[in-house]
Design a protein around this ligand. Structure first.
Ligand code: ATP
Ligand code: MG
Length: 253
């Protein structure tokens, strides 16, 4: 990795960019992943590069939902592997479930490289190398999924996912938790719980919440999920962007 001085005001964002670029060089992130990262950075800037109150609320609801699930599943793609491989392994450990490699631009080589990376970071079990089912409504390569993983899960976490695939999983009757910095994206609009936050902050925060909430009785977790309103949270995320723009520009928006 190139040396980025810690004192640089854009340190975190430069490190993230470097990691995604490295993921492309190492062959586990697709070149389109660079564009996705750029788009994410833009929305993070607009949000003030912080975890907002609405994101905190969505993270708590997501953690409760994953703890209540009969069969939760966690999806990993090339950008997720580049940015939060270790943190996803830790989240899977907190929930005691496997990770599943699930790629939009699938190639067997990329799937294997990501699975190897996750295992090198300590993942006990990684699914996705031998998909045996298809999500209805998507073309073949995009539809591949694994029984015992995403295919028959009741709750799926999809950090950075395409809107169509999010919609197809919802159409199967699953509860879908998305992490997406764009509160206007189709993914954020279609998901059951939309966490509008950078995966760099959201994934470790989710592991903390899972461990904390796992001590609560089921009824308390059910209450958190029942009281959660995704449309309201998305409206709040847009308002948080407006608030940040007003405070940084000094203009009323
Ligand atoms: P839509 O869901 O509207 O179809 P899209 O699929 O065209 O949007 P892409 O650019 O393919 O959008 O997907 C990238 C999405 O992931 C963007 O919405 C972007 O904001 C988000 N994103 C990128 N990097 C991060 C990150 N580090 N953390 C969280 N979200 C991110
Ligand atoms: Mg899309």
């Amino acid at each position: 990795m190139t040396d980025i001085p810690k004192s640089h005001p854009r340190y975190a964002s430069l490190v993230a960019r470097e990691r995604v670029a490295q993921g492309v060089k190492n062959g586990y992130t697709s070149s389109q992943g660079l564009i996705a990262q750029g788009r994410g950075e833009c929305f993070d800037y607009l949000l003030g590069e912080r975890t907002t109150a609405s994101a905190e609320r969505a993270i708590a609801a997501a953690a409760a939902m994953l703890l209540l699930a009969k069969r939760p599943a966690l999806s990993v793609n090339g950008n997720v592997a580049a940015l939060v491989a270790e943190e996803m392994v830790d989240l899977a450990a907190a929930l005691g479930i496997p990770l599943e490699v699930n790629l939009f631009h699938r190639s067997e080589e990329r799937v294997r490289k990501i699975a190897d990376l996750l295992r090198a970071r300590g993942a006990k079990k990684v699914l996705g190398e031998h998909p045996d089912a298809s999500v209805p409504g998507l073309d073949h390569a995009r539809a591949l999924a694994t029984r015992g993983g995403i295919y028959d899960a009741d709750v799926v976490l999809i950090p950075l996912e395409d809107g169509d695939r999010c919609e197809a999983l919802v159409a199967m009757g699953k509860k879908v938790i998305a992490i997406d910095l764009n509160p206007l994206s189709r993914t954020a609009r279609k998901a059951t719980v939309s966490i509008v936050d950078n995966i760099l902050r959201a994934v470790p925060n989710m592991a903390v919440q899972v461990r904390k909430l796992s001590k609560l009785p089921r009824a308390d977790l059910e209450k958190i999920v029942l009281e959660y309103d995704n449309e309201k949270v998305l409206r709040q995320a847009v308002q948080e962007i407006r608030d940040h723009l007003e405070s940084s520009s000094g203009e009323k928006i």
